[in-house]
Design a protein around this ligand. Structure first.
Ligand SMILES: Cc1cc2nc3c(=O)[nH]c(=O)nc-3n(C[C@H](O)[C@H](O)[C@H](O)COP(=O)(O)O)c2cc1C
Length: 504
C-alpha cells in the first residue's frame, strides 16, 4: 500500500481545521443547546369560568435564565409588583384582565443564552432556517377556545419561531387569531405573513403593536376589531369609572389634531370640524353652536383652547346657517328650530365617535347658537353633562314681534335685522314660542356669560334666563359686547374651565 506522505505544513493545516470544527461544534452546542427549562406544564392560568378565549404569549424573560440578567440593564425586563415581567407579558396580562380569557406562556424546551448576543444568534439562525424549536409543554388541546390572542416580541423582523412550533401542534380550523406584539422599532406588520402562514386554517385579525398599552387602548382596539363582545362587563364598568375619574381641567397640555366629520339631518349634510386631543382615553366633548349668519369658524378659538387641555370640541355649520357655510341648505330654510334639529342630529352621531366619553357631552353656543343649545339641552337633559351659553339670543322672539304686526304679515322671505335673508319659517317657528318656559327643563348646572356692553342682546335676557334655571351662574364680562375677543375671550375661557372642572 502506498503511504500518504504529509508535509509538516499540511499536518499543521489539518490540525488547525480540526480545532476550528471542534470549536464550531462547541460554539453551536453552546448557542443552540441551553439547559432544559424546568417545571413547565401545559396548565393554563384560568380566566373567567365561561371564557372561550385564550391569551398565549412568548417573551424572552420566559426563555432565559433570569438570575444571569441584570434587570436594570436589560431593556426588556420590567419590575411589576416585585415580579420581573418581559415586555410582552404586560399587554398579555392586560388583555386577560379586559377579556377574562385564560392565559398561557409559550416556553421553549431549552433556555436561550441570557446575554442579548447569545439569544440573538440562536434567534437569527432559527428565523433564517424557519426552524421550529421544541416547546417545554403546551395545553393538551385548544378545543374549548374560539378566540386565541397571540403575543410575542419581534425578533429579527418576524415573530419568534416558537410561535410556529406552538400553532403547528393544533388544528386551528374555525378559530379566530388576534396577534399582538412588542418591539424596539418594527410594527407588527413585519410578522403578519408568518402568523397567517402558521395559522392558515384560522381567521387571523389585524394585529397591533402594544408597547406598554393602557387598558383603554386594549378596549378600543378590540372595539375597532369588532370583537367588543370579548370585553367583560367588569372591564366596561371600570372604563366608565376611569373616565369619570379624570377631572376636566386646563392644567395639563395635550397635542391635538383636527378631523373633518360630516353628519346628516333630514337628508341634508352637516359639515364640522372635531378638535381631538391625542390620548387613548375617551374624552369629554363640547359641541359648539355658532351665531346667526356665522359658520363653524366661530368656534375654532374655543375648540383649540379646549382641545389643547384634553377636551374634544366639535364646531360645525348649521344647515342654511349662512351663505358661506359648507353644510347643505339655504338661509331661507333655516330657523332656530331647524338648528335645534341639526344639533340633535350632531349629538346623536357624536355618541358613536370612538374618542367621546358619552357621559360627558357639553353644549356651548353663542348668540342664536346659545338659544339653540338651551332648547336642545332642555329636550335632552339625560344625554348631556353641561350647558354653557355665550350672550344667548333669547331676544329673537321679541325681535320678530317687533318686526311684524301679526303672523299673517310675515312674508315668504325677508331681511332679518337688515342683513340676513331668511324664510317665513324663521319667524313663524318662534311666533308663539315661550323660550323661558322650556329651557328650565334642563336641570343640571348652567353657565351663562354675557357682556354688559352687548347692544344686540341686552343683558336682561340672560338675567331672565338665569331665573328660569334651577342652577345657573350668570357671569357678566365688563366692557364686552356681542362676541368675546382678546381679554374678554380669556375671561370667558377662565369661567368655562371653572365650570367644566365641576362636571363629573
Ligand atoms: C433576538 C432579538 C431580536 C430582536 N429583533 C427586533 C427587530 O427585528 N425589530 C424590533 O423592533 N425589535 C427587535 N427586538 C426587540 C424586542 O422585540 C423588544 O425588546 C421586545 O419588546 C421584547 O419583548 P419581551 O421582553 O417580551 O421579550 C429584538 C430583541 C431580541 C432579543
Amino acid at each position: 500500500m502506498e503511504k500518504i506522505q504529509w508535509s509538516k505544513g499540511k499536518k499543521r493545516g489539518m490540525v488547525a481545521l480540526i480545532i476550528i470544527i471542534v470549536l464550531l461544534l462547541i460554539g453551536g452546542w453552546y448557542f443552540f443547546l441551553g439547559n432544559r427549562i424546568p417545571n413547565v406544564t401545559g396548565e393554563v392560568e384560568k380566566g373567567t369560568e365561561e371564557t372561550k378565549s385564550l391569551v398565549v404569549y412568548f417573551s424572552r424573560s420566559g426563555v432565559i435564565k433570569i438570575d444571569g440578567v441584570d434587570a436594570t440593564s436589560s431593556a426588556s425586563l420590567n419590575l411589576e409588583d416585585d415580579n420581573l415581567m418581559g415586555n410582552t407579558e404586560i399587554p398579555a396580562r392586560m388583555i386577560q384582565k379586559v377579556t377574562g380569557a385564560d392565559l398561557f406562556q409559550i416556553q421553549t424546551e431549552r433556555y436561550y443564552r441570557s446575554a442579548f448576543m447569545g439569544t440573538s444568534i440562536t434567534a437569527w439562525a432559527e428565523e433564517k432556517f424557519n426552524m421550529r424549536p421544541n416547546l417545554a409543554a403546551i395545553p393538551e388541546n385548544l378545543d374549548q377556545y374560539d378566540v386565541i390572542y397571540v403575543g410575542y416580541p419581534i425578533w429579527w423582523f418576524n415573530a419568534p419561531m416558537a410561535i410556529g412550533s406552538f400553532f403547528d401542534s393544533y388544528d386551528l380550523t374555525g378559530k379566530t387569531i388576534i396577534p399582538f406584539c412588542t418591539s424596539q422599532d418594527n410594527g407588527i406588520d413585519v410578522s403578519m405573513n408568518y402568523i397567517r402562514e402558521v395559522c392558515k386554517d384560522a381567521t387571523v385579525l389585524e394585529g397591533r403593536r402594544l408597547n406598554n398599552p393602557s387598558e383603554a387602548e386594549i378596549r378600543s382596539w378590540l372595539e375597532e376589531l369588532g370583537v367588543e363582545n370579548e370585553i367583560t362587563e367588569t372591564s366596561k364598568e371600570e372604563s366608565q369609572e376611569e373616565t369619570v375619574k379624570t377631572a376636566i381641567s386646563n392644567n395639563e397640555n395635550y397635542d391635538y389634531h383636527m378631523e373633518e366629520i360630516w353628519s346628516e339631518n333630514n337628508g341634508n349634510r352637516i359639515y364640522g370640524q372635531a378638535y381631538i386631543p391625542e390620548t387613548e382615553e375617551k374624552i369629554p366633548l363640547v359641541i359648539f353652536s355658532h351665531e346667526l349668519c356665522n359658520t363653524h369658524t366661530a368656534g375654532i378659538d374655543y375648540a383649540e383652547e379646549l382641545a389643547s387641555h384634553g377636551v374634544a370640541t366639535y364646531t360645525f355649520d348649521f344647515n342654511g346657517g349662512s351663505s358661506r357655510n359648507q353644510s347643505d341648505g339655504k338661509t331661507t330654510e333655516m330657523s332656530v328650530m331647524t338648528e335645534v334639529s341639526d344639533l340633535e342630529a350632531v349629538m346623536k352621531d357624536a355618541k358613536t365617535w370612538g374618542f367621546v366619553d358619552t357621559s360627558r357631552i357639553i353644549l356651548l353656543g353663542g348668540s342664536q347658537g346659545g338659544m339653540v343649545s338651551a332648547i336642545t339641552a332642555a329636550r335632552h337633559t339625560d344625554d348631556l353633562a353641561g350647558l354653557v351659553l355665550l350672550y344667548p339670543a333669547f331676544v329673537i322672539p321679541d325681535a320678530i314681534h317687533n318686526t311684524f304686526s301679526s303672523k299673517d304679515a310675515i312674508p315668504g322671505t325677508f331681511n332679518f335685522l337688515g342683513w340676513i335673508q331668511v324664510g317665513r319659517n324663521y319667524a313663524t317657528d318662534v311666533w308663539d314660542y315661550d323660550v323661558y318656559s322650556e329651557i328650565g327643563s334642563f336641570d343640571k348646572d348652567v353657565l351663562i356669560i354675557h357682556g354688559d356692553r352687548d347692544y344686540s342682546v341686552d343683558l336682561s335676557y340672560s338675567e331672565r334666563a338665569k331665573e328660569a334655571y334651577e342652577n345657573c351662574e350668570l357671569h357678566v364680562i365688563k366692557g364686552a359686547g356681542h362676541g368675546f375677543y382678546g381679554s374678554s375671550f380669556d375671561e370667558a375661557m377662565d369661567q368655562i374651565w371653572e365650570y367644566l372642572a365641576e362636571i363629573e
